[in-house]
Design a protein around this ligand. Structure first.
Ligand SMILES: NC(=O)c1ccc[n+]([C@@H]2O[C@H](COP(=O)([O-])OP(=O)(O)OC[C@H]3O[C@@H](n4cnc5c(N)ncnc54)[C@H](OP(=O)(O)O)[C@@H]3O)[C@@H](O)[C@H]2O)c1
Length: 243
């Protein structure tokens, strides 16, 4: 499904992978609407994307703002939500309020965008949710974020069957991509990609037919293998990553 005149709403389009996706879709003739919470970041991203596109502030955890943005700019051919936050660290040191925010933005926010967005898609339109390689197997020091991403995987699977064929639900599973989100990491990130390269992989995947767009393979496959190994061996390997 690649149309020149399609209209695409990207929640999280003011930064990182979302912005890179907005630029790629705009470059091939789509009309792009980007959302996020910070208006200055939205304006700056919109200026980089180019003229003729739109930015509207919306918070994924605030259903009214999502509803208003959708009603103002919809219907859409694709709704993509990359909105997420990340607060890495040991579970014993995690701030409970910050953890609650991560659950709220990543899980409740994704639910809000999916439920409201599904009503503002053209028939057969795409709803694109973002998981993560971190969702494949629970690794040390990213528990809360990883748990939200694992929840999104399950949610996307449910929606895929529940909403098809009215809505074409897709799941994106990126490995490490250099963005403000991963700038917080103080460890070596195997297979680290630039946002433009990640966006190119995602765009090609969304034009194809696969439910899940997972990359890079050299990170995804070992993690998937970890998930099918006997637990004792898998946890022994995972413990080597505790740092
Ligand atoms: N970068 C990676 O290596 C990587 C790997 C695997 C998965 N992912 C996933 O890929 C997606 C994009 O990540 P990224 O690295 O591009 O992150 P990013 O650069 O931090 O961008 C996050 C975007 O989400 C927006 N956002 C955050 N909270 C929001 C909320 N409550 N409502 C609306 N918008 C909100 C941010 O804008 P405001 O702050 O202004 O709201 C920003 O535009 C995320 O789902 C992330 O979990 C990333």
């Amino acid at each position: 499904m690649a149309k020149k005149d399609e209209k695409i709403w990207i929640i999280g389009g003011s930064s990182g992978i979302g912005e890179a996706l907005a630029q790629k879709f705009a470059a091939r003739g789509a009309l792009v609407v980007i959302s996020g919470r910070n208006k200055d970041d939205l304006a700056a991203a919109l200026a980089r994307i180019g003229s003729g596109h739109h930015a509207i502030a919306a918070d994924a955890t605030d259903r009214n703002s999502i509803e208003e943005a959708a009603a103002l700019h919809g219907p859409f051919d694709r709704i993509i939500t990359t909105a997420a936050i990340y607060d890495p660290g040991a579970v014993g040191k995690a701030d409970a309020d910050e953890a609650a925010k991560v659950f709220a933005v990543n899980l409740t926010g994704t639910f809000n965008v999916a439920q409201i967005g599904a009503r503002h898609l053209r028939p057969g339109g795409q709803l694109v949710l973002f998981g993560s390689a971190a969702a494949i197997f629970g690794l040390p020091n990213g528990q809360v974020y990883s748990a939200t991403k694992a929840g999104i995987v399950n949610f996307a699977q449910s929606l895929r069957t529940e909403l098809w064929p009215e809505v074409d639900v897709r799941l994106v599973t990126p490995g490490f991509v250099r963005t403000p989100l991963t700038d917080k990491n103080n460890f070596a990130m195997p297979g680290l990609m630039e946002p433009e390269a990640a966006a190119a992989r995602i765009l090609a995947g969304l034009d194809g037919k696969s439910f899940e767009i997972a990359f890079p393979r050299r990170l995804i496959w070992p993690l998937k293998l970890l998930g099918v190994l006997p637990h004792r061996l898998a946890f022994w390997i995972a413990a080597r990553m505790r740092g």
